[in-house]
Design a protein around this ligand. Structure first.
Ligand code: HEC
Length: 315
């Protein structure tokens, strides 16, 4: 009985720790599941796909295994022109987002419609699927367009590749870049419920986060909030200059360069000569050159393209 007090203390400690874990982790999880996804939440979840942080599907955070968001202007099967519709293409092997794997998290109403009318539980990872958002009596739900309309990934991608490249968004892979590059050390994706609203736009709603992982809220803000950056700045040209070297557009910016996200080659398949660029830029800075050197146009499969697509998706 010599250690009686320790036993009691250990039990009380265990109880306090367990209790507080329950309050901070477990109870909010029930709460989240009870909240219905907003339209923004559904869009974000299906754009980003299953997991944009570390996962066994993409252990090096290279943007593997991510869906594409495609804007269709004609029915991909019949070719009939139609009102532009955004769809999410999950090619063969791409893991479905949490909302398809566990429809419960979509929230009441949305879950029933998505399963019954939207046939999301018929989607098979081995075959791939194309999802879209639909409405029924004002309630949004997810539709597995492969099951309801026969829009297979092959048919939709053939139509997308025949159209304009800008109609294909790699925002899902771009969010992986955002997480990997640590943009969240400086930027938040969370305008706060203060006068922040006036500068960075409306704060998010709880239902915007159903199924999202990670949320990339950021914590300590050293730079503008980016939750709505695509609404205030939709210039890809500006983004390109700014990511290559922020000092080209904001002379005193503390943001690092992300020129390495261009990879080896530019849009024309030419090797990018970073050393030459730097030499010319230094000449510009010391006044022996009038204009800064041109920033190379990024290739369509570069990491920077993914990241810019992600910025543009933050409306
Ligand atoms: C060291 C901190 C830091 C890091 C890391 C950082 N930024 Fe920035 N960023 C800034 C600062 C400061 C500004 C404001 C000045 C400017 O425009 O450069 C800014 C501005 C921006 C803007 C323009 C915002 C607006 O309101 O128009 C975008 C877009 C942006 N950053 C994206 C990114 C992305 C994406 C990453 C990760 C790849 C990143 N930043 C990493 C500090 C940072």
């Amino acid at each position: 009985m010599a250690f009686r007090e320790y036993k009691l203390g250990a039990r009380m400690f265990g109880l306090a720790l367990g209790g507080s874990m329950c309050i901070t982790l477990l109870l909010p999880a029930f709460d989240f599941a009870a909240v219905a996804s907003t339209d923004m939440g559904l869009d974000k979840q299906f754009t980003a796909g299953h997991e944009t942080g570390f996962s066994l599907d993409d252990p090096f955070l290279l943007g593997w295994n991510k869906p594409l968001k495609v804007t269709l202007k004609a029915d991909p099967v019949t070719g009939q022109p139609m009102e532009a519709k955004e769809v999410y293409v999950y090619q063969k092997g791409t893991t479905f987002p949490a909302g398809v794997l566990h429809p419960r998290i979509l929230g009441k109403g949305i879950e029933e419609l998505s399963v019954q009318k939207g046939k999301i539980s018929e989607a098979k990872k081995d075959a791939g699927a194309v999802f879209g958002l639909a409405k029924d009596g004002g309630v949004s739900y997810v539709e597995n367009l492969t099951a309801t309309k026969g829009w297979t990934t092959a048919v939709v991608m053939a139509a997308a590749n025949a159209g304009k490249d800008e109609d294909i968004s790699h925002a899902g892979a771009g969010k992986t870049m955002f997480v990997r590059e640590g943009c969240w050390w400086c930027h938040t994706l969370l305008p706060e419920q203060t006068q922040d609203w006036q500068v960075f736009g409306a704060p998010p709603m709880i239902g915007d986060f159903n199924g999202e992982s990670p949320t990339a809220f950021g914590s300590d803000r050293k730079a503008p909030d980016l939750l709505h950056v695509g609404s205030r700045n939709s210039s890809r040209e500006w983004m390109m200059l700014h990511f290559f070297n922020p000092r080209l557009v904001q002379p005193h910016s503390i943001m690092p360069r992300f020129d390495y996200l261009w990879g080896e080659k530019d849009a024309n398949g030419q090797k990018i000569d970073f050393d030459k660029w730097r030499t010319e830029y230094d000449q510009y800075r010391n006044g022996s050159r009038v204009t800064p050197p041109d920033v190379p146009a990024y290739s369509k499969n570069s990491e920077i393209r993914y990241l810019v697509d992600y910025m543009m998706s933050l409306k």
